[in-house]
Ligand binder design. Structure first.
Ligand code: SF4
Ligand code: NI
Ligand code: NI
Length: 733
């Protein structure tokens, strides 16, 4: 039988199509025209990862297609007889090169095809390639295991309803769903849209593109995980493919009829170790009897597609079982409940609301007790509002009042995990909504307590022995409780305000990122948050209590070597050991001499601008050029990976407000440029810091931004005009 014929035919067709489109584009734009996916340092990632070629201009695509042509077996497909896997797999890889070429050309010739956003918007359904900011955030979830893998859904489900069921099943299993192509004139993303399902990176349902070639965005995502987190060198295709096979748990679901082009893409995915499971018949792609497991499984009943695919891929999934009548898990965290979909809301400045986690004695906490005083959500009319007080009392032999804010911040995440529950804010500015759908399924207020009880008990098992949740919707009671809660917050803040680098004797390390930056050690200080922005000193301390052998270890602060620079012998020793001997010394308060290393997940980066005698700071979201002559992506590529680079450093955003921010270099006064949007986002923090540092509240407006320019001369003129303080600080060199 004509084995692999379909894949080879499909690949040949795609390569020919890419060739024609490229010829057309070359005619119109010429070989020097820039091409690529937006806001990325990985060029066209599949081509870059596999061949090492950096495609930046149209002309660069010609040799790529030449390679692709060479990979497609030349014999008429029907007569190919392949005694080994190679031919079909090579054809699959050729198909991916062609697909990536076609998608890159689409960005050039049909710029409105993709929204470039992280969720569908009025601009369109299809998102296109993930940019590097999305990759960092989401890729990390694959590394730390909070997302076990992804399903690439090609085509459409038998019905809209079936599409929703498939999406929900994947979400409940914490899988990402990447959607592309269509079948029978319909795509899965359109099916979900028709049913009002929220899509986007936040909900893990990602509509990549309408064409089958958009499948390459999913594989490009896997390639970038390998390059950025796995430390694979571009062009080292053997390591790359073995990384994706062993570490990236993805599979392809072929929904509906499978044509030659889909077959070719499927063969491409097989190279990465991603099996293909189909609900219809698939032309045989590979010779049977050769593979160690069945890479391609056809005619699987629609209902068991996902479980079958997980099984074939060897993906074991443990699902959070929280006894609530709605779906529950991190995939639902990003879902919002719009006003028109809501049954009831609480707080949000409309009714009194607050939430509080308190440490309590053993006698006052009855484990598992959940009480509600006041009316439940049945009592309000659809679209109504109620007051809500949430008090969580915790008893634990190892619980400390200092851990309260750490646990309290988790409330926001846990409540959002429930499908149809939406939560924002914290403390006495919280805002909660419950959707009509969740209400219809029987979700009631006590389920909020059920969620908090289950999650706090399981995730903080070693510090939490008993949990009790009290809920109230009774206006008088909520207001009275809230008054007490406010006093409680004030006492807590007063206690934490005196927390400083000086008055503790222990810092904490974080080595979570060593799984992909093996020599990187973050040291988290009371006045310096981890560079990813999500680990504070208190978080690290609590995490250490929870798991004494985990990646947060105490770093003793002893034997000061340089008080101004922030260097201690004991810290150096710790870092030397935990960086496997690669880093000898670190000074915490400067970036000019032995700065902390950067792993790659920093929220922002600081970089020297020598001509201005200061630093620029740029956030990950900023896609434009900086006065350093590089974009964030390019700068990030040169400082990540756990190496020490004086003059360059990754930081958490909150660090900008710290009294210790680059203290030894002159502090905030050194900041000469930052993106305008970032400046606005940070304005309250910056103004406070500037006032305390005696720089004047208008200091923030003396920092140049891209509206002033991205050339050093332009910003220098601005700085002189504004009498920026950096100009009169002592020279950096
Ligand atoms: Fe931990 Fe640092 Fe990674 Fe954040 S960036 S998770 S603090 S190692
Ligand atoms: Ni990190
Ligand atoms: Ni990191």
């Amino acid at each position: 039988k004509a084995i692999a014929a379909a894949a080879i035919r499909g690949a040949a067709g795609l390569v020919a199509r890419a060739g024609e489109e490229l010829a057309g584009a070359l005619d119109t734009y010429g070989p020097d025209q820039r091409v690529g996916f937006p806001n990325t340092g990985y060029y066209l990632p599949v081509i870059y990862g596999i061949t090492g070629r950096r495609v930046g201009r149209l002309g660069d695509l010609e040799p790529v297609l030449e390679t692709a042509r060479g990979l497609v077996p030349a014999v008429p497909a029907e007569r190919v007889w392949l005694p080994y896997l190679g031919g079909a797999l090579d054809a699959g890889m050729a198909a991916l090169f062609a697909a990536e070429t076609i998608e890159a050309l689409r960005y050039l010739t049909a710029p409105g095809s993709y929204t470039g956003k992280t969720a569908p918007s009025p601009g369109g359904l299809w998102l296109g390639a993930a940019d590097d900011a999305v990759l960092r955030r989401r890729g990390l979830e694959f590394v730390d295991g909070s997302a076990p893998g992804f399903a690439v859904c090609v085509g459409a489900a038998p019905s809209d309803e079936a599409a929703v069921r498939l999406a929900r099943e994947c979400q409940e299993k914490n899988l990402y769903v990447f959607m592309c192509a269509s079948s029978g004139g319909r795509s899965m993303a359109e099916q979900l849209a028709a049913r009002g399902v929220q899509m986007g990176w936040e909900t893990r349902l990602v509509p990549f593109g309408a064409d089958v070639t958009a499948t390459v965005f999913a594989l490009g995502f896997a390639v970038r995980v390998a390059l950025s987190f796995g430390g694979v060198a571009p062009g080292d295709y053997a390591r790359l493919l073995s990384y994706t096979t062993n570490r990236v748990f993805a599979f392809v679901l072929a929904l509906g009829e499978v044509d030659d082009e889909k077959c070719a893409h499927a063969a491409g995915a097989l190279n990465f170790g991603f099996p293909v499971v189909a609900d219809t018949d698939v032309p045989e792609i590979l010779p049977s009897g050769i593979c160690t497991y069945e890479h391609v499984v056809a005619n699987v009943p629609y209902e068991s597609l996902v479980s079958r695919a997980c099984e074939v891929r060897g993906l074991k999934i443990t699902v959070d079982r929280v006894p609530v009548p709605v779906a529950f898990g991190p995939a639902f965290e990003g879902e919002t409940v719009r006003r028109e979909d809501m049954h009831v809301e609480f707080g949000g400045q409309k009714t009194p609301g607050f939430e509080l986690v308190r440490t309590a004695g053993p006698d006052t906490v009855e484990d598992g007790r959940i009480t509600l005083s006041g009316p439940d959500v049945d009592a309000v009319e659809e679209g109504g509002a109620l007051p809500l007080g949430i008090v969580v009392d915790i008893y634990g032999r190892k619980m400390e009042p200092d851990f309260e804010p750490v646990l309290e911040r988790r409330l926001h995440h846990y409540l959002n995990y429930a499908q149809g529950v939406w939560h924002i804010g914290q403390r006495d500015v919280n805002w909660v909504r419950i959707s009509k759908e969740a209400y219809g399924r029987g979700f009631r207020l006590r389920h909020l307590g059920v969620i908090l009880y289950a999650k706090l008990k399981s995730e903080f098992a070693s510090i939490v022995d008993r949990v009790q949740v009290r809920l109230s919707t009774e206006a008088g009671e909520v207001t009275a409780w809230r008054g007490e809660a406010r006093e409680y917050y004030a006492r807590r803040d007063a206690r934490l305000a005196v927390l400083s680098d000086e008055n503790v004797d222990t810092f904490y390390s974080c080595t979570l990122c060593q799984s992909f930056a093996p020599t990187h050690v973050c040291v988290v200080l009371p006045e310096r948050v981890g560079l990813c922005g999500s680990v504070s000193w208190l978080d690290a301390r609590a995490a250490h209590e929870i798991d004494p052998h985990g990646c947060n270890q105490p770093v003793p602060k002893k034997d000061v070597l340089d008080a101004a620079g922030g260097e201690w012998a004991s810290c150096n020793e710790f870092i030397r050991t935990h960086s496997r001997g690669t880093i000898e010394r670190v000074k915490f308060y400067t970036i000019m001499d032995s700065p902390l290393t950067s792993c790659g997940c920093f929220e922002a980066l600081v970089c020297i601008v020598p001509e201005c005698n200061g630093f620029l700071i740029v956030n990950r979201e900023h896609a434009g050029m900086t006065p350093a002559g590089m974009t964030f992506s390019t700068l990030a590529g040169s400082i990540g990976g756990g190496v020490q680079t004086p003059g360059f450093m990754g930081v958490g955003k909150a660090y900008l407000g710290s009294r210790k921010f680059l203290k030894a270099d002159g502090g905030l006064a050194r900041i000469v440029w930052m993106p305008a949007a970032f400046k606005e986002q940070m304005r309250p923090v910056l103004e406070k810091r500037a006032a305390e540092d005696g720089l004047g509240a208008d200091f923030v407006d003396r920092i140049a931004d891209e509206t002033v320019g991205v050339e050093v001369e332009e910003i220098l003129a601005f700085l002189y005009e504004k009498e920026h303080p950096a100009l009169s600080l002592e020279p950096l060199f």
